[in-house]
Design a protein around this ligand. Sequence first.
Ligand SMILES: [Zn+2]
Length: 380
Amino acid sequence: MKPRIDIFIFADALGWALASRRRFAENLLPLRRRCETLLGYSSTCDPTILTGALPSAHRHFSFFIKATQPSPFAKLRHLACLPEIIAGHHRLRNQLSKFIASRHGYTGYFQLYSVPFSKLPYLDYSEKLDIYEPGGINGGQATIFERWEQSGKPWARSNWRLPDPENIAHARREIEKGDVELLYLFTARLDAVMHRHGVEHPAVEAAFEHFATQLQALADLASRHYRDVRLHLFSDHGMANVNTCSDLLPRWEKLGLKYGRDYVAVWDSTMARFWFPDEVSRRAATAWLSTQADGEILSDERLAGYGCLFPDRQYGELFYLLPSGSLFVPSFLNQRKVTAMHGYAPEHPDSAAAWLSNAETLPVAALTDIFPVMLAAAHA
Ligand SMILES: [Zn+2]
């Protein structure tokens, strides 16, 4: 029997409000903290979890950005004349996404989503490499896995491309072998089920219950192979039901500013980001957006406070954010309404992430605090 294992379990979208309301896995994981999230999406939060760095340092935020070099999507402008019903078809977009990823050697998560083909030639993609592999972080930071490797302690982690049952089965096999002392389990099913059904639905309750059962079984299994089983469950952000659809994008497009000439924009699900070639269009856009009741412009001070003021404005010069529970329909990410979403102001109670553990660790109050705990486990 080995002396100790630290099992770090990432659960996409297991928000603090959701976990607290359900008293999720309270017996198994009695040490519980609200964990402040970041502005943005998993694409912002996960690199912070893996490196401990803020977005402005690790340089990951959202997938699509304004191209500053020839766009990898330049050739797709020929597809702009496709009828919307074909251009928007998810199978076509999935196949195209795979083709583009392999042609450009992208090793990370790559998906064209619903970005219009006419806009893609102005855009680039920020997460070209697998952030879980060495060299995958834009800012050059080492991930926790490189640090674990350097520590000499045996470790293992999930493959984020695989569904939860396969990753949980892999974690169980590693525990049964009894070699690893550090384990990182990646799960994303709660996020998918809540996006589809909303945060309160029988399918969601069932998914939470099933997850709790699997965690208990994992802990039981580990206690048969290790004397000290330290279990840490954490998330990147929360989730909120969508109660308002914003048609700001079609209203914006009637304003008369021309995409590519007067501005470039990316419409994420809950946030629009703009770049301008000159002060005239910047002023016109700012004046119009500040009179729209849908959401709010984020000041540079606020972005800096979130750790999201990127010095070169790589992710946008002007950020417009919707309030919790609102969704752009359409956006570049989704054509239709989604039942629940995240990506709102990080200070909103529904945005907060969770840290749930059975062991005393360094204090965790924000996503940046998770990396030091994972690092300390390698040197315990
Ligand atoms: Zn999600």
